[in-house]
Structure formats: C-alpha cells, structure tokens
Design a protein around this ligand. Structure first.
Ligand SMILES: Nc1ncnc2c1ncn2[C@@H]1O[C@H](COP(=O)(O)OP(=O)(O)OP(=O)(O)O)[C@@H](O)[C@H]1O
Length: 445
C-alpha cells in the first residue's frame, strides 16, 4: 500500500491519502454484494450497525474489521465465535494484500484495491487544547475535533490505558459551547457495582442504607455541561438498560425516587476495550453500544505514533525544568522504549528521570540535577538487612540499570558501548553475562 504524497502546508502534509478498497461477497448468502470503503475502517458482521451487513447466520454480530492504514490493509477479528480465515489460516490481526479471500462462517469475501483513494484531513496544528501530538494519527483526530466539539453528539473514545482519552474528553468539552457548564467525570471501574446507579443518577434519602440525604448523581451534576463516563465497558449488565434510557430520553430517575428529571447533558464515554467484541460475547448490550457509538474516536497507543514521543517529552520536561531543554540522550532513550502504559507512563518516566536522576531512564552523560526541594527516595532502604548486603543489592540494581541504559543507547553495540563509557570490553562482557543481557552486535571495533 502506498501513502500518496500530500500537499505541503508549512512543510507538513494536510491530508493523508490511503489506498481505497472494496469487499465483495464471492461465496455464501448474498453472493455478489459489494461494498466500497469510504472511510478508513469497515466493519463486517450480521448486526445492522456494521458497514457491510451479512445475512449468513454463521457469521458473528461484529465479525471483523478491515482498515486502510499507511502500512497496508489491516484485518482484525472482533472476537467472532468461529474466526476469520485467510488462506486457511485463522487471523486475529494481520495485514492482507489486495486479492485476499477472507472467509467468515459460510461466506467468503474478496478484498480488492480500488482507484479512489480514502482521503483524511490532517490538522496543521500539533495539538488541540492540552492534547499534544504531531503524528498523522493524532493530527487526523485534531482535524475532526473542532466539529465534534461544536456538536452535541455522543462520543465514544476507544484506546488503551494512558493514551489520553480523559484529556481528550476534557478538551472536547472545553472547545464546546458547553465550556462554561460543568464537566463531570464518572469512572465505572472505580465504583462498586452496587453504587453505580446512585453515582450516575443520584438517590433520595433513605433509599438504601447510607443514603442519609437526597443526592444528585453525575448526570444531574453535569446539567448544562458534559458527563464523561470512563471505562464504560465495566458498566454492569443490569445497569445498561437504565443508562440507555437516560441517553434516549435525556432524563434520569434517582434511586428510590419516582420522578424522571429531564436534563440537558452531553455524553462522552471511554473504554479501553473494543465494545464490539464485548457485544459479541454478550457482555455489553448492542443497543447501548449503538447509542454510544455516534462519533467514535480511536486513540492509538504511543507505540503506533512514536513521532509524538519527542513532542510530549519536551513538553513534560519543560513543565518540570523550564530553564533547561531536555537532554538529547534522554530523548533518545525515551524514543526507543515501547511504553505499554502509553503517555501516562512516558510522563511518569520523565518525572522520575528529572526528580531522581534515574539512570535507567536518563541515558548516560546528561547532567540533570534533582529538582530543588526534592527529597531523595529512601523507600527502598531496608534497615532490617545488614548494611553490606543492602549496599550490594542496591549496587547490583544500579549496575544492571546502567548496563541496560548503555545497551539501549548504543543499540546493543558492545564495541561502541565500551568505548563510550571507557569500560574494558571484557569487563562489559562479564557484566552482560552477570545480568543476562546479550550484546547483539559487536560493531566495527
Ligand atoms: N496527547 C497528550 N498530550 C498531552 N498529555 C497527554 C496526552 N495524552 C495523555 N496525556 C497525559 O497522560 C496522562 C494520561 O492521560 P489520560 O488519563 O487522559 O489517559 P486515559 O486514556 O484516559 O487513561 P485510562 O484509560 O487509564 O483512564 C495524563 O496525565 C495526560 O496529561
């Protein structure tokens, strides 16, 4: 797949063009039906909300999705019951070529490239409110946000933990006509299932033990503003029809109350799961999913937009050390990590690097001093263990982190590593063995 050249705007592209594709049913019920993708992602299944709806009862409600990406056509099984098959292999997630035949249930579909490109606008900005990013993945989201913010549509944010869904929700609210109204956050994962109803909709005095006074729930508190329902995938099944009703009627009833109160509230929900998969396994109601899935924004993990690391790192570092730019070595070391905890983890790592001079993060040779007023950590000192043992343990831990940072900084090139820190090569080898590291490349010594 090619990403076609785009018009430069201040030296950056203003749109992303991806190879268009079509899906044609070549075997099974509905044979001959064809669907041409107009957006990046197409979902296929038997449920009505899919882009391509199949009539085959052996196909799952949300069976698979196919997306045009700069790397190729990405096929993802959405937790179907009998799998998505290409060339006799079951595929959970993988790239397929034009001409690929995808088998789902008793249906076979042909993936074909079409002449019309899929065109996506990219924002010329590398941020939206507090949300930063210069990757095309983020600028594509930024391009859509002004319109999303101006509308009152329900938004569903999807993405791994720490990708910035909370910041994004707040940014949408801030840019919306509701900005002067409240922004109320309710995290379904942080509330005991028995209390969720009262937290969402409020309660009247005496409706349950502990309900000592009438209390407004998050919906009522968000009146005139936005409610952000985080981790919506954790919402217990028995609560889902109640939330659906609140969304449809824009009204709530307090626990123990008998009146429904009409409310003007905008809803933004977030999840780190694919709710389509949850619908397939009956853990999430399909009707609620469709009601939430009006505007869907997928925030990609940081490892899929490594181009954002530098922008974010400079920002977080400048927050902590406004007078010094981030050291190049630190940046280099940050760029090479995979960040399973995404932006949250990146920020925490920079804080640790700056505050504690952590050599696992700080690449060698930078001279960031601990911030003034910051106390050294002593929570790893065990006074029950003899001094000598404790010191040896700490020294080993530090040595291991040092070697790890050195290997990262030199891309496992042992010759370069030993030159760089003026360590004898045989000693470095001893340390590699001691800590179980493998120097992949000797480099030109
Ligand atoms: N694009 C971004 N620009 C600036 N800061 C960001 C960005 N993305 C995330 N952050 C920062 O990373 C941290 C985590 O972000 P946030 O809480 O919004 O993630 P999340 O996706 O909602 O995580 P979770 O699913 O665990 O709730 C926040 O401190 C936020 O400031």
């Amino acid at each position: 797949m090619s990403v076609k050249s785009t018009l430069p705007l201040h030296s950056r592209a203003k749109e992303l063009r991806l190879d268009g594709f079509s899906l044609t049913v070549i075997e099974g019920p509905g044979s001959g039906a064809s669907f041409r993708a107009e957006m990046r992602e197409v979902s296929v299944g038997t449920a009505q909300g899919n882009d391509l709806v199949l009539a085959d009862p052996t196909v799952s409600r949300h069976h698979f999705s196919l997306s045009a990406t700069p790397e190729g056509y990405l096929l993802k099984d959405l937790g179907s019951s009998n799998g998505t098959w290409v060339s006799g292999m079951r595929v959970l997630s993988g790239y397929v070529e034009p001409g690929a035949r995808v088998r789902v249930g008793r249906t076979t579909l042909l993936v074909d490239q079409v002449n019309e490109d899929i065109c996506e606008a990219l924002s010329p900005e590398d941020g939206f409110g507090p949300l930063l990013g210069q990757s095309s993945a983020m600028r594509r989201i930024f391009a859509a946000l002004p319109r999303v913010a101006q509308s009152d549509s329900t938004v569903l944010l999807e993405g791994e933990t720490g990708t910035g869904k909370g910041v994004l929700a707040a940014a949408i609210h801030e840019a919306s006509p509701r900005a002067t109204g409240p922004f109320v956050v309710l995290d379904c994962a942080a509330i005991a299932p028995t209390l969720i109803e009262s937290e969402l909709f409020g309660h009247v005095k005496g409706s349950f033990t502990g309900a000592q006074a009438d209390r407004a729930g998050a919906f009522e508190q968000a009146k005139g503003g936005t409610i952000f329902i985080d981790e919506i995938g954790e919402l217990p099944l028995d609560m889902q029809p109640k939330l659906l009703r609140a969304l449809e009627e824009r009204s709530v009833k307090r626990v123990g109350g008998n009146q429904r109160v009409k409310l003007d509230v905008r809803v933004i929900a977030a999840t780190n799961r694919d709710l389509r998969t949850e619908v397939n396994r009956n853990a999430f109601r399909a009707d609620l999913f469709y009601r939430l899935n009006v505007v869907r924004i997928h925030v990609p993990p940081l490892r899929e937009r490594t181009g954002d690391i530098e922008r974010l790192a400079r920002h977080f570092h400048a927050d902590l050390v406004p007078d010094n730019p981030i050291p190049d070595d630190l940046l280099e070391s940050l760029r090479r990590q995979s960040w399973p905890g995404n932006v949250r983890e990146l920020r925490a790592a920079i804080e640790r690097a700056v505050l504690f001079n952590d050599p696992a993060i700080l690449a060698l040779g930078n001279d960031v001093e601990p911030a003034p007023g910051v106390k050294d950590r002593d929570d790893d000192i065990d006074l029950e263990v003899p001094f000598r043992v404790c010191k040896q343990k700490a020294s080993d831990q530090w040595e291991r982190r040092y070697v790890r940072a050195l290997l990262r900084a030199t891309h496992d090139n042992i010759s370069e590593a030993s030159r760089r820190v003026k360590m004898d090569r045989s000693h470095l080898r001893t340390l590699l063995r001691k800590y179980g590291f493998r120097g992949a490349d000797e480099g030109g010594a």
